[in-house]
Design a protein around this ligand. Structure first.
Ligand code: SAM
Ligand code: SF4
Length: 338
């Protein structure tokens, strides 16, 4: 049994069947969203179905993070749906910051409510920030998200950068052929000049991506759209893992790539995901989630849950490598959180 209150050095880490050490947990704080991104949000029937899901309370979220903290997880990321719609988001961040062992607390947001919540979040202990932004053109932004929100998102981004609370504010851009691929060059230049770290994300086949094959564009093609003088040089690679980011001489910002299709990164995957309905997910592209929240609600102690989780993740049927071009399973991003 793992004692939640015991000395961390004695606690066995979470290791999966492929010998990967799992130190990173993403938690979806809600499946609700104030945007309607066409590739994510889903049909009216789906929205009705997810509206019936029973979501985790903020106390339950923090209790489950304590379980993972006791097992060596040191990085958590709050996502959604739109995590800033959870009315307890600031309290959740504050309570996580008091959990021993959790060093990084990140947020992935669409940025619409960022400016108004930023200082409270920083005070509560938020220290990593990713903002999703698929277009710098106001009309296109509105077409993609269903909301005329570009000026507000840019204000939030600038406020976050100028706060000095984050080593780097990251920007996530999903690149889609015929939608925003013509903006790749502009987005790269904007990020480099304005001190952001923008990562171009290959479009993945998820539950609501219609015509995925037509819209998908590979990293090589994305790179070819960046001006020659701004081309990332392999010698300036600043990170390993899913996101490979580069400095470009003479600019404060960075650009990078997250290419789940053309540069599969399963071998370095160190993450688990907790869905908004309290199910634990081992792999984004496998339909094998486990209902952790019901165990907590049935009165299981946090120690017993930790013991259960450690054994669960070691099973190959829970956490192995999924070839999502073949697996056929399409995750619903707003419940899982990306
Ligand atoms: N609402 C927040 C946001 O948009 O940042 C957090 C949740 S959203 C599901 C997390 C990330 O998943 C966003 O950056 C979004 O662009 C990305 N995403 C959603 N569907 C995707 C897909 N099919 N392929 C690649 N990224 C996707
Ligand atoms: Fe909402 Fe994020 Fe999905 Fe867009 S990508 S609909 S902002 S959850």
């Amino acid at each position: 049994m793992v004692d939640i209150s015991s000395d961390k050095s004695k606690i066995p880490a979470l290791v999966d069947a492929l010998d990967r050490k799992l130190t990173y947990l993403r938690i979806s704080l809600t499946d609700k969203c104030n945007f309607r991104c066409f590739y994510c949000y889903g049909s009216a029937q789906e929205i009705e179905r997810t509206a019936k899901l029973s979501l985790m309370s903020s106390t339950e979220i923090v209790d489950l993070i304590k379980v993972f903290g006791s097992l060596g997880v040191n990085k958590v990321r709050l996502t959604g749906g739109e995590p800033l719609l959870n009315p307890s988001v600031v309290d959740i961040v504050r309570n996580i910051s008091e959990i021993p062992g959790i060093k990084q607390i990140g947020l992935t947001t669409n940025g619409f409510l960022l400016k108004e919540k930023l200082s409270e979040l920083i005070k509560a202990g938020l220290n990593r920030l990713n903002v999703s932004l698929d277009s710098l053109e106001r009309e296109k932004f509105c077409e993609v998200t269903g909301v005329d929100g570009l000026p507000q998102v840019l204000e939030g981004l600038r406020a976050a950068r100028d706060s000095g609370a984050f080593q780097r504010v990251k920007v996530n851009t999903v690149v889609m052929r015929g939608v925003n691929d013509s903006e790749v060059g502009n987005l790269a230049k904007w990020s480099l000049e304005n001190g952001f770290e923008l990562r171009f994300i290959e479009y993945m086949p998820t539950r609501n991506t219609l015509n995925h094959a037509k819209k998908h564009i590979s990293e090589a093609d994305i790179r070819s759209k960046i001006d020659l003088e701004l081309q990332p040089d392999i010698g300036n690679l600043t990170s390993a893992g899913p996101a490979r980011t580069y400095k470009v001489d003479g600019y404060p910002g960075r650009i990078g790539f997250i290419s789940a299709l053309s540069q599969k990164f399963c071998e370095s995957c160190n993450r688990l995901r907790l869905k908004a309905d309290g199910r634990l997910v081992g792999c984004l592209f496998r339909d094998n989630s486990v209902d952790l929240i019901s165990m907590l609600r049935s009165g299981m102690s946090l120690d017993d849950l930790a013991y259960f989780v450690r054994n669960l993740v070691a099973k190959p049927e829970f956490k192995d490598e999924a070839d999502f071009t073949e697996s056929g399973f399409r995750p619903e991003m707003k419940t899982i959180g990306g």
